[in-house]
Design a protein around this ligand. Sequence first.
Ligand code: SAH
Length: 279
Amino acid sequence: MEPTDLSLPAFEPGSVWLVGAGPGDPGLLTLHAVNGLQQADVVVYDALVGAAVLDLARPDCQKIHAGKRGGKPSPVQADISQRLVRLAKEGKRVLRLKGGDPFVFGRGGEEALALVAAGVPFRIIPGISAGIGGLAYAGIPVTHRDTNSTVTFVTGHGVGGEVPDGIDWAALAKGAPVIVLYMALKHIGTIAQRLLKHGRAAVEPVAVVSQATLPEQVILETTLGTCAADIAAAGIEPPCIVVIGEVVRLRNGLDWQGLAHGRVLDPNPLGLARQRETG
Ligand code: SAH
C-alpha cells in the first residue's frame, strides 16, 4: 500500500512522531503508525513493542531499544527525551514507538513536552490501549449498558514501584463499577485488600489478561477475594491487564476467540430476566 493512497502525511526530516503500537497484534496498528514506520530513519522503541511491529520499519531504519520495564534497570526518562531531541536535531525522521497508546500510562506527555522545550516539531499518533483493546480480545467490553456507565483506568505501580499513594481507594471502591488496572501484577494482593476493605464484594468477578492480543495470550477468570492466590498459582506473567467488575461476566457471551475454537457462547451472559431490546 502506498502511503499516498490515503493522503497520509509525509514524515519531515528533523521531526519526531510519538506513535502508539497497540497491545501487540500488528493488525491493531493505525494507518498513521504504518505510514510512519515506512518512512522513519530511526525507531526508538520500548520493551513492550514486539518484533512483528518493528519488522514493518524500513530495512535500513536504525532501531534503538529504550526499554523500560518494571523492576529492571532502565534508561532514565530524561535521557530518552534528550536522545529524541538529539536525533531530530541531526535531521532524522524519528519515530518514538510505545506500547498501547502513548498518552495512557506511557509518559508520552513528558517526552512531547521535552520536544516542545527544544523546539522540535512533533506529531502524536494514538494507539489502541491494552486496557481497552486487550480486554476486547478477551471478549470483555469496558462499558456495557446493563452493567456500567463509567470505567476507571488505574495504574497499580507508583513512580518508586510502590502501590500509588495518590489513589483514593475508598472513592474507587464506591464510585468505580469497572476498574481496569495497568501494571498491577506486583501489588494485586494489596489492591484487592484495599477494595475489599472499602466495601467491594469478595465474589466480584475479575479477569486477568496476560500478553493480550498476542499468540501467547493467557486469560484467567477469578474473583476479588481469590485473585492474588489464583494469579500466583497460575503463574501469570506480565504484561497483564486486570479488570474488576460485572463486565467480566460478558466474556461468557463474547469470547469470540473461544468461539473460533468451539466454545459455545451464552447470548444472555448476565442472566437478565428479559433481554434488552436492541437499538
Ligand atoms: N501505553 C500502554 C500502557 C503502558 S504501561 C497502553 O496504552 O497500553 C505498561 C502496562 O500496560 C503493562 O504493565 C500492562 O499492564 C499493560 N499492557 C501493555 N501491553 C499489554 C499486553 N499486550 N497485554 C496485557 N497488558 C499489557
